[in-house]
Design a protein around this ligand. Structure first.
Ligand SMILES: CCCCCCCCCC/C=C\CCCC(=O)SCCNC(=O)CCNC(=O)[C@H](O)C(C)(C)COP(=O)(O)OP(=O)(O)OC[C@H]1O[C@@H](n2cnc3c(N)ncnc32)[C@H](O)[C@@H]1OP(=O)(O)O
Ligand SMILES: Cc1cc2nc3c(=O)[nH]c(=O)nc-3n(C[C@H](O)[C@H](O)[C@H](O)COP(=O)(O)OP(=O)(O)OC[C@H]3O[C@@H](n4cnc5c(N)ncnc54)[C@H](O)[C@@H]3O)c2cc1C
Length: 572
């Protein structure tokens, strides 16, 4: 069948990770030897890092690469059942090479995880090479188009020059040369940055389908005796879908920002300036987790808002969900990514700000908060006046919520230490607070970027409707997380009531533009692949046609009648 755009494919890892890893970590000679044939699909590769026993804990990966100076080769080996590479996309049946992440051993010492290019299948016959046991891991929740595979290496030898050596090196005598920064070998920042844009696309597709269908679907009675209304006129339907629409726009802008930031900082890194790598790691890890969790939940809201037909594959919503949901797991499991952002960036920045350091980038607000803590608090101590119309004041509110939760997490660690717990235990007993702090930080970044984007919009009408969407996104987030704002003294109960009232007004304001706002995503019918989301709104005829095409309808009397039902009857 023709390849459908956006469906997962066996070549995704080749295109999305094998080639980018070569670009980031191969020497010019290795680029010549591997990138060119890989670009021409002579070499088809995957990124084999995860093992059956470890995905998150990279330092726990067991595959070894031991240098043999007598033959100038590395010996790649899977020492235990749990060390078998497990999950890499395209590994099972498609790839003939793999970038294998293994613990490098040379001159009797282990130097940690490094990347090695390992041929796994014969370039002509595609038969697995000697010492290579490779196959598919079996059916999954989805991703049925992709042969996620396993790879067991039995003392497989590769040349010295198959270790990606742009940063770290092994000399012919086995001497290990450290990389300029240990962080350069982690990788994965590229895909995490791209996933933010994938979250936006998944949201745009889902709310386009759900909002268009909600404009076509008529159901029940709003006013006795009147025709059944469009379900999009129900306040509850708007309350489900319009925040998703707002998030789709928000994440589109964040996805663009993430791509631009990745491009800018990876350019600096290639020029030898690694100073921004911590910010890029923290931002990509946090925003990947924040946007995928939010999008994952929102796709289900869109599906359920379409009633029974949303559960039909004809809507495309089940497939969008099944294909999107692993983004919360792969490329860095979301909880772990949130902890990375908090522990490796936010708390570290909080401590620097607390001793007066002026912070830059997305955490500069922590310096403001530290300075604020040194100033005498206002006697009233109450929440500042809340404007449900002024976007900048809402950005400031999100900033203060984030600062408050970062401080709460940092203080929790301090308190645990004062109770006599070890560093590791203190951090673990504060990890719920750490995740909350990361979530709040990312939420602030998203709201701020949405509002910043409005400054670039010249068309008054477009700016007005985008401002309404931004207001809805910010106020809905405030309502959903009112506990944080109340706990931080940033919101009062009367203000929370006003927020709820304002949200209802915004839903009403957006109703006339809702369909135009999803049309603006410009997702054609082929890309949406949804009967419910058709641009022409001609749902029922196409739903009937779609059902008629079902394989089960190839015959009027299915063979099961003769094979099972009829014999069963005769035995009763
Ligand atoms: C163009 C066409 C495209 C076509 C289609 C493309 C679509 C592709 C679809 C792809 C589909 C599926 C792909 C899925 C692929 C995968 O899943 S690959 C495997 C992913 N696995 C992970 O992400 C593992 C997650 N775990 C980790 O990253 C590490 O274990 C973790 C960071 C959590 C902990 O590692 P430690 O070694 O314990 O590190 P720490 O002590 O926490 O930190 C040490 C310092 O290093 C810094 N750090 C950590 N990670 C990074 C990084 N990635 N980049 C930069 N820096 C990093 C960290 O901040 C610490 O710094 P400090 O010492 O504090 O200064
Ligand atoms: C569809 C799909 C495609 C994939 N493609 C690839 C690929 O191409 N290449 C590849 O190498 N891998 C791939 N993976 C594997 C993926 O990267 C891992 O599944 C992911 O990194 C999570 O690791 P894990 O499965 O070991 O889960 P675990 O790390 O075991 O996580 C299980 C639970 O433990 C928790 N946990 C783990 N560590 C901590 C911690 N330090 N603190 C708090 N909680 C913690 C997690 O939050 C989670 O709730 C793919 C996975 C999927 C589902």
């Amino acid at each position: 069948s023709c390849v459908h755009p956006d469906r997962p494919e066996p070549l995704d890892l080749h295109l999305g990770m094998f080639l980018p890893t070569l670009l980031n970590q191969a020497t010019p000679e290795q680029m010549e030897r591997f990138f060119t044939p890989a670009w021409n699909l002579r070499i088809i590769g995957t990124y084999a890092q995860t093992e059956m026993g470890h995905g998150t804990h990279l330092r726990g990966l067991e595959t070894t690469a031991t240098f043999d100076p007598s033959t100038q080769e590395f010996v790649l080996h899977s020492p235990t059942i749990s060390s078998i590479k497990w999950w890499p996309g395209g590994l099972g049946k498609t790839s003939n090479h793999a970038i294998v992440l293994a613990q490098l051993h040379t001159q009797g010492r282990c130097h940690g995880l490094h990347a090695f290019i390992v041929p796994i299948r014969d370039m002509d016959t595609h038969v697995p090479l000697p010492g290579v046991v490779v196959g598919d891991i079996g059916p999954k929740f989805g991703f049925s188009e992709v042969d996620n595979g396993f790879l067991k290496l039995e003392h497989v030898r590769i040349p010295l020059d198959n270790m990606l050596m742009k940063f770290a090196k092994v000399e012919p005598d086995g001497t290990y040369v450290k990389p300029p920064s240990a962080k350069l070998t982690y990788g994965m920042v590229f895909i995490r940055s791209m996933i933010v844009g994938q979250s936006a696309l998944a949201l745009a597709k889902s709310c386009t389908i759900a909002i268009r269908y909600s404009a076509v679907r008529h159901q029940s009675e709003l006013r006795p005796g009147e025709p059944e209304p469009q379900i999009l006129n129900y306040q509850t339907q708007q309350h489900k879908l319009f925040p998703v629409l707002a998030a789709a726009y928000a994440f589109t802008f964040v996805g663009q920002y993430m791509k631009d930031t990745y491009r800018r900082i990876s350019g600096d890194i290639h020029a030898g300036d690694y100073s921004q790598l911590p910010e890029l790691h923290a931002l990509s890890a946090g925003l990947k987790a924040f946007t995928t969790w939010a999008a994952n939940a929102a796709i289900e809201v869109c599906r359920m808002s379409c009633g029974g037909h949303g559960y039909s594959r004809s809507s495309a919503l089940p497939d969008i969900y099944v294909e999107f949901t692993p983004t919360c797991t792969y490329e860095g499991e979301n909880t772990v990514m949130m902890l990375q952002t908090a522990s490796r960036y936010l708390v570290k920045s909080y401590r620097q700000a607390s001793v007066g350091q002026r912070l830059q980038g997305s955490v500069s607000y922590l310096s403001e908060a530290a300075a604020q803590r040194l100033r005498p608090r206002p006697v009233s101590g109450g929440a500042a006046p809340l404007s449900t119309q002024d976007l900048l004041s809402l950005v400031h509110l999100y900033q203060r919520r984030a600062a408050s939760l970062v401080e709460l997490a940092a203080k929790s660690i301090q308190q645990e230490l004062q109770r006599g717990r070890s560093q590791e235990e203190a951090w673990n007993h504060s990890s719920i607070d750490l995740v909350r702090a990361s979530d709040a930080h990312c939420h602030f970044v998203v709201v701020k970027l949405f509002v910043d984007k409005l400054e670039q919009v010249d068309d008054a009408a477009v700016k007005a409707v985008l401002s309404t969407l931004a207001l809805l996104y910010a106020l809905k987030g405030l309502a959903d997380n009112s506990g944080d704002f109340l706990q931080a003294g940033l919101l009062t109960v009367p203000q929370a009531t006003r927020v709820s009232a304002r949200i209802k007004e915004l839903l009403e304001e957006l109703r006339p533009d809702a369909v135009a706002l999803v049309d603006a995503f410009d997702l054609n019918d082929r890309k949406l692949n949804s009967v419910l989301g058709r641009y022409d709104g001609n749902v029922y005829e196409h739903l009937y046609e779609w059902a008629r095409q079902s394989p089960l309808n190839a015959t009027e009397v299915h063979e099961s009648f003769h094979k099972y039902l009829k014999p069963l009857r005769s035995r009763l």
